[in-house]
Write a protein that binds this ligand. Structure first.
Ligand SMILES: [Zn+2]
Length: 61
């Protein structure tokens, strides 16, 4: 079961269901990524950082 409201992924305030950020964190009401997309983006960013770090270590020997 899911509540009829969600929470802002930035400040934690209650937002309408289906929204990932509140009005205050997204004043322009830009299309915000869904929580799943947000987590995927974070995961890819971390993965990219690890890859870059590994390459730097390999290049420096
Ligand atoms: Zn917020």
């Amino acid at each position: 079961m899911r509540w009829s409201s969600d929470r802002c992924m930035r400040c934690g305030v209650v937002v309408p269901w289906g929204r990932s950020v509140c009005r205050r964190c997204n004043p322009a009401d830009l299309p915000s990524p869904s929580p799943t997309q947000y987590h995927a983006t974070v995961f890819l960013s971390v993965l990219a950082a690890v890859l870059v770090f590994t390459v730097v270590l390999l290049v420096r020997g």
